[in-house]
Design a protein around this ligand. Sequence first.
Ligand SMILES: [Zn+2]
Ligand SMILES: [Zn+2]
Length: 286
Amino acid sequence: MPAFICSGCGTQYPSSEAPPGACLICTDERQFVPALGQSWTTLKGLRNAHSNKFRRLATGLTTIETTPAFGIGQRAILACTPAGNMLWDCIALIDEATVDLLQGIGGLVAIAISHPHYYTTMVEWSRALGGVPIHLHVADRQWVMRADPSLQFWEGDIKPIGPGLTLVRLGGHFDGGTVLHWADWSEGRGVILSGDILQVVPSGHVSFMWSYPNLIPLSAAKVRRMAEILEPFAFDAVYGAFSGRGQIDANGKQVVAASVARYIARISETSEVSVEQSAERHRAAV
Ligand SMILES: [Zn+2]
Ligand SMILES: [Zn+2]
């Protein structure tokens, strides 16, 4: 029996005779069912019509994307760290070439995923690479469509997963929305792999939404809280969920602070205020 994959979002479901009646990720208020209706494919179908391309993003970081694009155009990022290769986020297509290339550089030590729009075929990736653990935040457990022993649910806001490698739960777009902080990246400059929890935007900032396709924003309080959780972490670069929509190669910490300030100013219809000022106001108000 095939394990059907939703063509709209790339989510794989458990093996079944017939495709599921609906995709719970697509019918969630944050997403949408494509205009032509719900349609399904399988890994075999995907492998016949698509392939993966690898592109160097920055030192130690390689993007993996499917061409022609599939699902919501997700990309995964391979982080080659001294503690081993980590797959950040996931894409639906996994094929023999991808597995051969990853095995050729020593395989993976773990998979970690920002939020459910990137769960896709994570179970297939883990199984193809020796059953490596997949780290997911427990707050998004209800969005796991295919259970597997490789899934490791973590709690709280911070989880170290290797030397200098920390998963940081910021919430926002999803309750379990997570970014990966690699402290030692590029001789200690530090990087955040942000998914669309901090959405890198073309102006060279980041921004925030509860639903990106349906344009439902997050409150000022939520975004302020996200900034507070991220505050202890130092980083110079921020790389997001999509290629071709901007990237932050330097001054990431300042850029994120400025982005938070401009978002809060706009959503609150206040004048431009600094993060410190807005945080102060928040403290005074509660
Ligand atoms: Zn879907
Ligand atoms: Zn998303």
